[in-house]
Design a protein around this ligand. Structure first.
Ligand code: ADP
Length: 219
């Protein structure tokens, strides 16, 4: 875009010297190179998404929590957080890309724990919950919820929460929630959040139970 704008300015300049055309030529070459590079980036993201489509499998919700447990415990110990896990009995397996969903859970748990990392918050509890979501006709959805008793979210933060690179942390990347939402939506689910009384937040997301998301032979 910079090269294109520069070229337009050069072409508009009434006092342009003959050598201006050489500059425009060089700039157009750079534009072509960068457009090709952008195309390569898009292709590699596309490949990545295609590969991930094939990575879906039936996974017990408990197995997803077990996979992130070591990392969650590590951070919980460091930040003096107690972690409670509640998994409803007899839940169906979910049909998902387990690596990506584990990242979603990990990110939500991490955000929750960091939101409680304040001197004034003495009883720091993070609750990881899984249960059946409200069902509509023949679809079954499993709901994951991550609840903290942290600082909560102000309206100003809320307005930007899912913007890529929005962060209030000195070391934050601000990519967590925007990626979480993309991953959940790629699975056909939804990611929502709401304040918790008396304080803190709950982030919930849904994933399809095995038979919903699984491609049939006819598909
Ligand atoms: P990062 O963790 O790198 O900042 P995220 O996209 O995961 O990126 O989060 C963006 C911002 O949303 C955080 O910086 C924080 O201000 C806010 N946030 C996310 N989760 C919570 C939570 N559970 N409680 C309070 N604030 C939160």
């Amino acid at each position: 875009a910079s090269y294109a704008n520069g070229s337009l300015n050069l072409l508009k300049d009434p006092s342009a010297e003959p050598q201006t055309l050489d500059d425009v030529h060089m700039a157009l070459q750079r534009i072509a190179e960068q457009a090709e590079r952008a195309g390569r980036v898009i292709n590699s993201v596309h490949d990545f998404v295609r590969r991930r489509e094939q990575a879906r499998e039936a996974v017990a919700p408990q197995a997803l929590l077990d996979a992130i447990a070591p990392l969650v415990s590590l951070q919980a110990r460091k930040l003096h957080v107690r972690v409670h896990t509640r998994v409803e009995a007899r839940l169906p397996p979910v049909w998902c890309d387990r690596t990506m969903v584990e990242q979603v859970l990990l990110n939500l748990a991490r955000n929750g724990m960091q939101a409680m990392d304040r001197k004034e918050i003495v009883h720091r509890v993070l609750v990881l919950q899984v249960g059946l979501a409200a069902c509509n006709q023949d679809n079954t959805w499993v709901e994951f919820a991550v609840t903290d008793v942290g600082t909560g979210i102000t309206p100003e933060v809320e307005a930007q929460l899912f913007n890529p690179f929005f962060t209030t942390k000195s070391e934050g990347m601000g990519l967590g929630l925007s990626l979480c939402r993309t991953v959940v939506e790629q699975h056909g689910g939804h990611l929502v959040f709401e304040p918790q009384a008396p304080k803190g937040m709950v982030f919930r997301f849904t994933l399809p139970a095995e038979h919903v998301g699984k491609p049939t032979l006819a598909a």
